[in-house]
Design a binder for this molecule. Sequence first.
Ligand code: ADP
Length: 493
Amino acid sequence: MPSILALDQGTTSSRAVLIHEDGTVLGQVQYEFAQHFPSPGHVEHDPRDLYHTTIEAARELLAKTGEKPAAIGITNQRETTVVWDRRSLEPIGPAIVWQDRRTTERCAALKAAGVEPLVRSRTGLVLDPYFSATKLEWMLRDPAIRRRAEAGELAFGTVDSWLVARLTGGRLHVTDPTNASRTMLYSLGRSWDAELLQLFGIPAAVLPEIRPSSGVVGETEPGLFGRPIPIGGIAGDQQAALVGQGCVRPGMAKNTYGTGAFLLLYAGAEPPAPPPGLLATAAVDATGGTGFALEGSVFIAGAVMQWLRDGLGLLATAAESEALARSVPDNAGVYFVPAFVGLGSPHWEPDARGTLTGLTRGTTRAHLARAGLESMAFSSRELIASMVAGTPLSLPVLRVDGGATANDWLMQFQADVLGVPVERPEYVETTVLGAAALAGLAVGVWSSIDEFVGTRRYRRFTPQAGADQRAKWVRGWDRAVGAALHWARGSTG
Ligand code: ADP
């Protein structure tokens, strides 16, 4: 019975996970690697660390399990930028990590020059240092390096390209649409964009070939794992999670509840026009081909619980919030807008700050904990509403993952507020599952994403609240957000 080896190269660690044809997880090995912060705002990885930790994890896992996987699927931290010498496969310097802000001024200058509308219409992104283009431009700032790039001696890639180059002994220089769509050099759904390449001064000679997310691109060097293994899947981590959650039909979405919340909604076969504050990005359709998603984040989600715990000392643990929320019949009119760092989509008010409304002498820490949990559900609902507004899309189900989904009360409340079922997978490493699904599909282990998703088990939270109750909650939340906005605008005006 075949298995698939998923390689998950993340921001703080690299993992290898074996997924059996029947969907069971046969084993996992994980290695952390060093983070480098050479100066304020600079975040770097050693590309060799990314490769070595991934390979070591894979080798150890294969040795331990004795498995001979049918294919490898790769998923990776997105946007992080690597440049290497094509012949020696040695990086020319550190990888610039997605979190790195060194190109902030460059992005501000480009915005001032009025190029953001072009960038947004072509790529679905916003002009921000987060994406690869200005990182790569920075790496090529030395004229000698630029000459080597123009002469075709150097290769650029996101981490997927770098891993595939090393896994294939330099035979392949490829990426997939989901990773390409985070570079700010890719015209959504089409190809590298000549005008954007010119804008950022990127020679076409450094670019990888764009191949489908699911499909065999080549085989690993025979010496690496004792025999060649086909590389069958490539996707950036968030899009891999979307596939791993089976969200491959228009309107299906996944939400990750961590420190912040990270939401992707599969939109269809054509690139959607993203509402303000949201991104459009390449994703994967039900056949493993290219589709498109809307992407957005809630800045503060689980972080509310950290603040109640560490800032106020109201909770001993984040998990205690569940019992507290259950201990009161309702929020007693208390709403908590955790705009600690401003309000994101759909409001975009950077000057907004956290706001508590509806406090009375009767307000207890249980109400505050409950209002904190409710804020995660309300802001996620608001983000989804802004994604589907003005489109024919509607959400059939919300699939969830991330640390705060351990809270059953929160999951039920999210379903109640949305009026849509919430499904939490038993195995929560959805990024790994997506990489496995794409590779397994490529070599025939599964015949469709649906068949793969059939191997997954979910706990379903079904909405219990009626439409009147939902409307009342949303009104309360909207008023509280209105108060936060009013405060922010008063402070600047
Ligand atoms: P990240 O990947 O961003 O570090 P995780 O997915 O590990 O985040 O989730 C951790 C977050 O989830 C923390 O902000 C924590 O406060 C929150 N959290 C963890 N358990 C619970 C819980 N039972 N109820 C509510 N929030 C929780």
